[in-house]
Write a protein that binds this ligand. Sequence first.
Ligand code: 2RA
Length: 331
Amino acid sequence: MKVAVVGATGLVGGEMLKVLEERDFPVTELLPVASEKSVGQLITFKGKQYPVVSMDAAIEARPAVAIFSAGGSVSKEQAPRFAEAGTVVIDNSSAWRMDPAKKLVVPEVNAAALTPEDKIIANPNCSTIQMVVALSRLHEAYKVERVVVSTYQSVTGTGKKAVDQLMQERAGQEPTNPAYPHRIDLNVLPHIDVFEDNGYTKEEMKMVKETKKIMGDESIRVTATTVRIPVMGGHSESVNVEFARDFDLAEVRRLLSETPGVEVVDDPANNRYPMPKDAHGKDAVLVGRLRRDESQPNTLNMWVVADNLRKGAATNAVQIAEYLLGQGWIK
Ligand code: 2RA
């Protein structure tokens, strides 16, 4: 199968290639796409070298699927061109996520919403993906009424520029091209993406809106505080969930351990709980610190960690492609 990876030279693009290779997605021809200045640069995939091609060349080659991670404006402009040429686009930007005509998919939660007519499919924001994976079965069992989430997000979510800023600061250097308005090493920024008129950041509002859309329930109330921390391996989230019905903690643990994509890491007596260093490089969403919120009924606290470049981006996109392949909708 011909597969295009748009944004192949970026952090997420690199992870997409790694995940496609690891999961042995049946790629017979890879079309790595990046900005004009990278055209011709060689990308190694499954032991073969592929030159970076231009957007136009990739569209002309009519790949079965194009996985995009090149930012919102590129997606807005280029995804419809691929779709018109018959390519299914799986897009990791925010361009199409809230478009009512486009599906926003986390395969473990709502793959069934997909149809053969979906030609541009949106991959949700990383911090939303890991939370809804952890919530999905609990929602079926007890119905989620309200979620209060605070995130602790890795610099890799911003991209290479932010990783360079952290590394330069750690080495005692002045960052050459800082990604953030403040230092990130030895610091915490309660600021991810731009501020909106309501005082929340765009990242916070993504968690509010995308959760309802993926879980197919507009009645779920979500409030978020999203925070950048000087960490590389993955995003962590403190999630407080109020349910309509009461729960039994042992049953919550069992439901989570049976949830596809979740690994329960919850043994505080032995200092075992999810941490980004353990999530790094894995596809699983790690869930732990399970405990009843003793301040009000039917409410659970949990700690959810995942590698934001994998389940939060690349792995989720490749899982969508795998689903399409399994249905026989891409060949
Ligand atoms: C971040 N959510 O971590 C973003 C990446 N999509 O900044």
